[in-house]
Design a protein around this ligand. Structure first.
Ligand code: AKB
Length: 325
């Protein structure tokens, strides 16, 4: 395996929900000039725009990646650019193009430039209706029904292939629904678990697009960032898995989420109007067995539902009072 150190990092999808916060944390850790943010949109926050280098790149355009890789002598890629489940069902061709062709492009560039590491995120969408839904094992049936899920399974396999065939150190987590208060997610099935907080703060009511009893695994952004960087930095010799780690943090129904908000905003009301996204949610795990991540690289989440709700409402409440929501 390649033994280059991770020193100069490129983040694709750096203006997305996870990429934007991940970039800032990586810059804090490795130095602003050593973390190059790239994306297809203008950075949403001044913090991201002004804290280090940013380039517009398209992950499907090899030359646009290569130019930045050469200019900044990149040795590590966090490949966060992806089309999520709902947009993927609306436009499966686009999901394949961005998630598969884009990943292949990134892996090929990483191989050609002999990179130290590539972080290739996966998702609970890699599972499907035939998978055991309660404490879903790490190694189990992977037969998703969404195009997003298909690209996630194929992405896990492709990353593992590059590791075995070329010694390219690819690693990846199966993200659950990620909840955050900085950048909104775009086009995912778990987006209701973010939107509910914004609407609770702004108008004390929310119409949820999945049933009240819909239970999915979720994670608060600080844990997501920690998990991503911890896996990237884990000692290679300890890893038995590579691109397919389950990472659990919490698991709750939409009704339990609303109840946790009601403890802080007693007048909050939530109605349930399931639409086509219900079927996607019903095909995903309710909770995860993340023993492999705990044993192989010491994964341990810090936030549960109560702690996350307190923090989310604190931050969003403050922003709303200051007129920024
Ligand atoms: C989605 O809902 O599509 C994503 C995911 C779970 O990967 N948030």
């Amino acid at each position: 395996m390649n033994t280059r150190e991770m020193k100069r990092i490129l983040v694709t999808g750096a203006v997305g929900q996870i990429g934007s916060e991940l970039t800032l944390e990586l810059r804090r850790k490795y130095g602003a000039d050593n973390v190059v943010a790239t994306g297809r949109k203008t950075p949403p926050s001044e913090a991201l725009k002004n804290s280090g280098p940013f380039y517009f790149i398209d992950v499907n355009q090899r030359e646009s990646i290569v130019e930045v890789v050469k200019k900044h002598d990149i040795d590590t890629i966090y490949h966060m650019a992806a089309i999520l489940s709902v947009v993927g069902e609306q436009n499966p061709q686009l999901a394949w193009h961005v998630n598969m062709d884009g990943l292949y492009m990134v892996l090929e560039v990483a191989r050609e430039f002999n990179m130290a590491r590539v972080i290739v995120p996966s998702s609970i969408a890699a599972f499907g209706p035939e998978t055991p839904r309660d404490r879903t094992p790490n190694d189990t049936i992977l037969k998703p029904r969404t195009m997003y899920g298909v690209t996630k399974v194929a992405g896990e396999l492709l990353g593992d292939y590059y590791f075995r065939k070329y010694g390219l150190d690819c690693r990846g987590l199966r993200y659950p629904g990620i909840i955050s208060h900085e950048t909104l997610p775009g086009g995912g099935t778990t987006d209701y678990a973010v939107a509910i907080y914004y609407e609770a703060v702004k108008q004390q009511r929310y119409a949820c697009f999945v049933r009240e009893d819909t239970r999915l695994p979720m994670m608060y952004m600080p844990d997501c960032i920690k998990a991503t960087i911890d896996l990237a930095e884990a000692e290679p010799g300890k890893l038995k898995h590579h691109c397919d780690f389950n990472v659990g943090a919490m698991s709750f129904s939409a009704g339990e989420l609303a109840a946790s908000i009601r403890k802080h905003i007693p007048g909050f009301t939530c109605t349930y109007q399931p639409d086509f996204r219900q079927q996607i949610a019903d095909s995903w795990p309710m909770s995860l067995d993340d023993t492999a991540a705990r044993e192989e690289w010491g994964w341990k989440p810090a936030y549960d539902l109560e702690a996350m709700t307190r923090d989310m409402l604190d931050v969003l409440g403050r922003r709303h009072r200051e007129g920024g929501l």
